[in-house]
Design a protein around this ligand. Structure first.
Ligand code: DOR
Length: 300
């Protein structure tokens, strides 16, 4: 077994690097750029039980240290995903994580029920999209409001359940503890930070919703701090993310306690950047005579 082998809630990952939701669609386009079976896992674009067109107006805005997005959970719907993409992904030797969002609690319940009929490895419950007016982030900001949702989806879903948390939460540690109490198998954090951009020529806010989600290197130190705090507070495993761009970043998140890391925004700059990260982590392990990442995980 490779020294990169990682277990997450009983699921075997050949290495700890996962493509974050929203950065790889359902994997097909990236498979044209590189061998996606070299990845540990792949998290799908956020899916809702019904197809959704997403937000109007500008959706992506670059900053010097990351990007802002207001995609608004555009997605083809769970049914279309099952018909068109699921078999293709399941044939690949990569952990298949399905990220699921919603506009209402009913959306989440129906989505979780439908996904019970099919084979996936992990259901990543996205309660943290900052770009959905109804539902979405509202669920993920207040711990007690999110509790019922997590509890019900836990009851419905037969899959491993990982809850994706918002850095905009009133208390991210309390939110993670609540997920643990309600039976989640793990948490992933952080989704994007609520942020704002101004077009000074138009004298207007750039995004139609006003605010949008900031990702990339700008958020990395804050994400790292949140991952560290959550890892200290819960026993369930954590998928860490937020601006991971280099193998050094991945090692830092693992030292903070992350079991698995997700790479998002950096993929937009270089589609196969995860392979560089995997190679760098392996070289670091060799140089430091590590047989397992457990030797450095959570040491801080
Ligand atoms: O920043 C984000 N944008 N996070 C999500 O969870 C979803 C996405 C979107 O579709 O807006």
């Amino acid at each position: 077994m490779s020294r990169l082998h990682t277990e997450f809630a009983g699921i075997a990952f050949k290495n700890p690097v996962v493509l974050a939701s929203g950065t790889c669609g359902f994997g097909r386009e990236l498979a044209e750029c590189f061998d996606i079976e070299k990845l540990g896992g792949l998290s799908s674009k956020g899916l809702i039980i019904h197809p959704h067109g997403g937000n109007d107006g500008i959706r992506i805005w670059e900053t010097p240290s990351g990007i802002m997005n207001s995609v608004g959970l555009e997605n083809p719907g769970i049914e279309a995903f099952i018909e068109q993409d699921l078999d293709w992904i399941n044939e690949k030797d990569v952990v298949n994580i399905v990220n699921m969002g919603g506009h209402s609690k009913e959306d989440y319940f129906r989505g979780a029920e439908r996904l019970n009929d099919v084979n996936i490895d992990i259901l990543e419950l996205n309660i943290s999209c900052p770009n959905v007016k109804e539902g979405g982030m509202n669920f993920g900001v207040k711990t007690e409001a999110a509790r019922e949702l997590v509890r019900e989806v836990r009851k419905i879903s037969k899959h491993k359940l990982v809850v994706k948390l918002s850095p905009n939460a009133e208390d991210i540690v309390a939110l993670a503890k609540m997920c643990e109490e309600e039976g989640a198998d793990g948490v992933s954090l952080v989704n994007t930070f609520l942020a704002m951009a101004v077009d000074i020529d138009k004298k207007a806010m750039v995004f139609q919703n006003g605010y949008a989600g900031l990702s990339g290197p700008a958020i990395r130190p804050i994400a790292l701090r949140m991952v560290h705090q959550v890892c200290k507070a819960v026993k369930i495993p954590v998928m860490g993310m937020g601006g991971i761009t280099t193998w050094q970043d991945a090692i830092a998140f693992i030292m903070a306690g992350a079991q698995v890391v997700q790479v998002g925004t950096a993929t937009f700059m270089k589609p196969d950047i995860s392979l560089d990260i995997i190679a760098g982590v392996e070289k670091y392990m060799e140089d430091n005579h590590l047989d397992s990442l457990n030797e450095i995980r959570g040491i801080l």
